[in-house]
Design a protein around this ligand. Structure first.
Ligand SMILES: [Zn+2]
Length: 380
């Protein structure tokens, strides 16, 4: 069921075009075909992506919101809920698509709040066949169910994108400090990460099969925003995500009237998980975002029967970017994600009037070569 929501805005769009004066560029900025519908400048639509895979005997339409600006510009895609239990991003996409006025927009925004609607309905990270959709992009038309769904989404939606923000949270009782992850060796992704303006940026190439990596592989600059934990709507993490997308829209020139704020970004080219060596009850001694030094106590694991207690210490100088919530753990469990403040750690400080000319506080603002990097990633 496709619902047209742009009829009233069409008149305003036409007026805006006439008032602004016709230029060649604007004359070429026309309607576009998306998911079988024709979306004109100045219109907002609620469309549906229908995957060929049905699972329950009938097609499941996935809502896709589209806002086409009255003026030319790039197409930004926002995707959330690829893991059906990760809720914060869903609210970010909802708010952004609700507030966007196509009469103030340069370019187009496509928002898919809940890509994995199957998992969302069951509060599950996975698809009904227990596969992780974010390991199957760009997918194959004759592959597994997950691969076919990924292929359909990629071919019907992602091909329209010229930049992508994929929104996630920590997985399985872990929480992340709000952060952007990007392949910082890719200049397009690096620029997107800077434009988003999250206080923490982590270099991560992305595991094969993730939407972010698959998009990057076909030349669509992509970043992921990771904030908070699954199964919850967290106001602070949601607001930080909304602020980041707004900032990105402004810095990409897609919104003309957006105020630009000064910002400070910590860029971690290395981040490592600290694993526990003993099983038991994990209790944490640090908070998300805490700065830590080598030897600082991160937490302790206590055997509930023998009372044996093992202290978990940080092997690194850095910042706690992610951590497991207090829980029962087994040996090898990844408990604390520490961004490492080594020689490659950088801080970028940007003032509003210098929004297009960032100066590094230390080090270089240029992407570094991939072979200089040493990365330990967790699934997105
Ligand atoms: Zn995720």
């Amino acid at each position: 069921m496709n619902t047209r929501r742009g009829s009233r805005l069409s008149g305003l769009a036409l007026a805006a075009l006439l008032c602004a004066g016709a230029t060649v560029a604007r004359a070429q900025w026309e309607s576009i075909e998306v998911l079988g519908e024709t979306v004109a400048p100045g219109e907002k639509w609620l469309l549906s992506w229908v995957s060929s895979e049905t699972f329950a005997g009938g097609p499941v339409p996935i809502p896709v919101r589209v806002a086409r600006g009255v003026l030319p510009g790039p197409t930004l895609c926002l995707t959330a809920g690829i893991h059906g239990d990760e809720l914060n991003g869903i609210e970010v996409v909802r708010r952004i698509l609700l507030e966007i006025d196509p009469n103030q927009l340069h370019g187009m925004v496509i928002g898919v709040p809940i890509v994995n609607l199957h998992g969302f309905r069951q509060a599950s990270r996975y698809l009904p066949d227990r596969r992780d959709l974010n390991r199957h992009f760009p997918g194959r038309s004759n592959g597994s169910a997950a691969s076919r769904i990924a292929h359909s989404f990629f071919q019907q939606v992602i091909v329209h994108c010229e930049a992508l923000v994929d929104l996630h949270t920590g997985s399985f009782h872990r929480s992340n400090v709000p952060q952007v992850r990007a392949d910082l060796t890719d200049s397009g992704a690096f620029e997107l990460a800077k434009a988003f303006g999250s206080g923490v940026v982590v270099h991560a190439v992305g595991e094969p099969g993730t939407l972010r990596r698959a998009a990057g592989d076909v030349g669509i600059p992509a970043i992921s925003y990771e904030a908070g934990e699954p199964m919850r709507f967290q106001p602070v993490e949601v607001e930080e995500g909304v602020r980041g997308v707004r900032e990105l829209l402004a810095r990409k020139g897609m919104l003309s009237s957006q105020p630009r704020r000064s910002q400070r970004q910590e860029i971690y080219y290395r981040a490592r998980w600290v694993r526990v060596d003993d099983g038991g009850i994990l209790l944490s001694d640090v908070d998300l975002g805490d700065a830590v030094k080598v030897g600082d106590v991160l937490g302790a694991v206590t055997d509930p029967i023998s009372n044996e207690r093992t202290i978990v210490k940080s092997p690194y100088d850095g910042r706690v970017l992610g951590k497991a919530v207090n829980q029962l753990v087994i040996p090898g469990f990844a408990a604390f994600h520490v961004g490492i403040r080594g020689d490659d750690f950088r801080v970028l400080v940007e003032e509003p009037e210098e929004a297009h000319a960032p100066e590094p506080e230390n080090g270089s603002a240029e992407p570094v070569a991939e072979d200089q990097l040493d990365v330990d990633e967790r699934p997105e």
